[in-house]
Design a protein around this ligand. Structure first.
Ligand SMILES: [Ca+2]
Ligand SMILES: [Ca+2]
Ligand SMILES: [Ca+2]
Length: 161
């Protein structure tokens, strides 16, 4: 279903329907022939998530989920831009609070980030494939970095005297 929202004779909105049910609406707001926004609808015609292209090249690689109050609750990212989500960012009141990422492509997160007032507070890694963090870097507000590990045979450097 094609639609010309701003009535200038160029189609800018394409709706994909299943019978009378809207599944997906593709919006090309700047009308360059490449979709800028993908509106995905779920049960009960509820807007489930909004896809967008971070590179602006018509390839959908990020999906925004809104909380009930309209603020961002979550953004899913396909960093390889292949449609597979490998990074999920969580937001509170539109501020990034934490993220988890699958860097090894096995579908399980192995890198976890936390954010404190907009800055990176810690990064933890699963380097042993156990599904839990075994290394952690914690960043203090004063620029200090603390390293923790429970990898066998690896110990953090001794504290400077
Ligand atoms: Ca138009
Ligand atoms: Ca466009
Ligand atoms: Ca992984």
């Amino acid at each position: 279903l094609n639609y010309d929202a701003d009535n200038d004779g160029v189609v800018d909105t394409v709706s994909h329907m299943d019978g009378s049910r809207v599944l997906l609406v593709e919006v090309d707001a700047d009308q360059d022939g490449r979709t800028d926004r993908w509106e995905h609808y779920g049960e009960g015609q509820r807007l489930e998530k909004v896809g967008f292209s971070r590179a602006g090249d018509g390839i959908e690689d990020a999906w925004l989920f809104a909380a009930m109050d309209g603020t961002i609750s979550k953004i899913e990212l396909s960093t390889a831009r292949d449609g597979r989500v490998d990074r999920t960012e969580y937001y509170e009141r539109n501020a990034l609070t934490r993220a988890e990422q699958d860097t090894t492509g096995d579908g399980r997160p192995d890198k976890w980030e936390t954010y404190v007032e907009g800055r990176l507070g810690s990064v933890a890694f699963d380097t042993l494939g156990r599904g839990m963090a075994d290394r952690r870097l914690t960043y203090g507000a004063d620029g200090t970095v603390r390293f923790e590990t429970d990898s066998p045979g690896e110990r953090p450097p001794p504290p400077a005297r």
